[in-house]
Design a protein around this ligand. Structure first.
Ligand SMILES: Cc1cc2nc3c(=O)[nH]c(=O)nc-3n(C[C@H](O)[C@H](O)[C@H](O)COP(=O)(O)OP(=O)(O)OC[C@H]3O[C@@H](n4cnc5c(N)ncnc54)[C@H](O)[C@@H]3O)c2cc1C
Length: 386
C-alpha cells in the first residue's frame, strides 16, 4: 500500500514532534553516559512506530520501506544514529521472521515487538570469519528435542537489553561445494537464559546503544524456534539484507543532512575577517555540493525502497543506495567538521558525533568494498573476486 506524498508529510511531522523532546543535547548526554534511551523508545512505541513494517494482523502498521525512510531521514537529521539504531532494530531484524517464521512464532512474537514490550538483537557476525559469513563457526548440535549452541559472536548490538536474539548458526559443517547450506537461523529467548555471556565492547561511537561480544556455551535452543527450515538459515537471512542496506542508506541521508544543517547554520553565524565564513566560496561550495550529492543518493535510495515495497528484485539498487548515501553522508559530516574549525573537537557542537557515525556506516553493516564486489560480480558479470 503506497502512501500519497501528503501522508508521508504527516509521518514526517509526527516524527518531528517526537524529536522535539529529544534534542541533540539529549543524545550527546545519552551517548556520553552510554545509557539506552528508554524514554525515546517508549515515545516511538506509544505512536505505534515500532511496528511500521510489521503486518497489521500481528499488531503492526503494514507499511513499507518508503515510509520507514521518512522516519529514518527525520531521526537521522534531528537526533543522529543513536535514535536511528533504536528504531532500526524494529525494522530489518524481524524481516526473516515475518517472511519465514511459522504462524505460531509470528503470532506469539511480532505483536510484542510491535508494541515495544520486547526488543531483539541480530546475531550474525563472528570474530574469526569477517564478511565471509559462510565460514561462521557457532554450531548448534542436535541433542534430543533441543540443540546446544557453542561459539562466539561479535559486535551484536542491543544484546544487553534484548529479550530475544535472531541467531545464525551452523548445523552442518561447511561444504565447499555449497558453502551457504547447512546454516540454521533461530529466534530464541536471550534474557535471563543460561549458557551465554555478554560483554559490552567499548566503542568510539553510538554509545547509547550497546554492541557486544557474546560467548555461547551449551546454550539451549529448540526446534520450534527455527526460522524457516533447518540448514537453510542463510537463505532466510538474505531476505533481511536488502532492507538493511536500504534502511542504512536512509539513515545516512538523515545523518548527512543533519551534519549539513549544522554546518550551514555555523557558516552563517561564525564571523571571521568581519564576515560570516559561509560568504567564502571555499566554504559555501563544498556545502552546496554535499546537498546535491545527498539529493542524488536519496533518489537512488527511494528507488530501491519502492522496488522492495513492490516485491521486486532490488539487490543492485539497495547496494548502490548504501554506497552512495554513506559516502555522501561522511563527506557532508567531514565538511561540517572542517568548517566548525577547532570547535568541531568539542562534543557540545555535535558534529563530531555525526562524523563518527557516518564513518562507521562506510564499514558496517556492509563495507563499500563488498558493495563494489557485489556490483562487479552480480551486475557487471565480471569474474567473482571474493
Ligand atoms: C558498531 C557496530 C555494530 C554492529 N552490529 C552488529 C549486529 O547487531 N549484528 C551483527 O551480526 N553484526 C554487527 N556488526 C558487525 C558488522 O556487520 C561487521 O563489522 C561488518 O560487516 C564488517 O565485518 P568485519 O569487521 O569482520 O570486516 P572484515 O571481514 O574483517 O573486513 C575488513 C576489511 O577488509 C575488507 N575486505 C575483506 N575481504 C575483502 C574482499 N574480498 N575484497 C575487498 N575488500 C575486502 C572489508 O571490506 C573491510 O573493509 C556491527 C559492527 C559495528 C562496528
Amino acid at each position: 500500500m503506497a502512501l500519497e506524498q501528503s501522508e508521508l508529510d504527516l509521518i514526517r511531522d509526527s516524527i518531528r514532534k517526537i524529536t522535539e523532546d529529544f534534542d541533540l543535547e539529549y543524545w550527546r548526554l545519552k551517548d556520553k553516559k552510554k545509557e539506552y534511551p528508554w524514554d525515546f523508545k517508549d515515545a516511538l512505541a506509544a505512536g505505534g512506530w515500532l511496528g511500521m513494517l510489521m503486518p497489521e494482523e500481528y499488531g503492526g502498521m503494514g507499511l513499507g520501506l518508503t515510509e520507514v525512510g521518512v522516519v529514518l531521514d527525520e531521526l537521522g537529521q534531528r537526533c543522529g544514529f543513536n535514535a536511528n539504531s533504536v528504531f532500526q532494530y524494529y525494522v530489518f531484524p524481524p524481516g526473516p521472521v515475518i517472511h519465514h517464521g511459522s504462524d505460531e512464532m509470528k503470532k506469539e512474537f511480532l505483536p510484542r515487538l510491535a508494541s515495544g514490550e520486547e526488543m531483539m538483537c541480530f546475531g550474525v557476525s563472528e570474530p574469526d570469519n569477517g564478511v565471509d559469513t559462510s565460514r561462521l563457526k557457532t554450531f548448534a548440535k542436535k541433542d534430543g528435542g533441543r540443540y546446544l549452541v557453542n561459539g562466539r559472536k561479535v559486535w551484536i548490538s542491543n544484546a544487553l537489553n534484548a529479550h530475544r536474539i535472531l541467531l545464525l548458526t551452523r548445523t552442518r559443517p561447511r561444504d565447499p561445494e555449497r558453502p551457504f547450506d547447512g546454516m540454521t537461523l533461530f529466534l530464541t529467548h536471550l534474557k535471563g537464559k543460561k549458557g551465554v555471556e555478554i560483554n559490552r565492547i567499548d566503542k568510539i561511537m553510538r554509545n547509547a546503544v550497546d554492541s557486544n561480544e557474546m560467548v555461547f556455551e551449551n546454550f539451549e535452543v529448540f526446534e520450534n524456534e527455527i526460522v524457516g527450515e533447518e540448514g537453510r538459515g542463510f537463505r532466510c537471512l538474505i531476505d533481511g539484507l536488502n532492507p538493511e542496506r536500504i534502511a542504512v542508506a536512509q539513515t545516512c541521508i538523515g545523518l548527512g543532512r543533519g551534519a549539513l544543517n549544522l554546518a550551514v547554520q555555523y557558516s552563517k553565524d561564525r564571523i571571521v575577517f568581519d564576515r560570516p565564513i559561509g560568504k567564502n566560496q571555499a566554504v559555501a561550495h563544498p556545502l552546496a555540493e554535499s546537498w546535491i550529492r545527498l539529493e542524488a543518493a536519496d533518489l537512488v535510495t527511494q528507488k530501491a525502497a519502492r522496488l522492495f515495497d513492490e516485491g521486486k528484485a532490488c539487490g543492485p539498487e539497495a547496494n548502490a543506495a548504501k554506497f552512495l548515501a554513506s559516502d555522501a553522508a561522511f563527506e557532508a559530516a567531514d565538511r561540517a567538521m572542517q568548517f566548525h574549525g577547532g570547535f568541531s573537537m568539542s562534543t557540545e557542537y555535535h558534529v563530531s558525533r555525526f562524523w563518527m557515525e557516518a564513518r562507521h556506516l562506510k564499514i558496517a553493516p556492509i563495507s563499500q568494498q563488498m558493495v563494489l564486489n557485489f556490483i562487479s560480480d552480480k551486475v557487471l558479470g565480471l569474474p567473482k573476486s571474493y
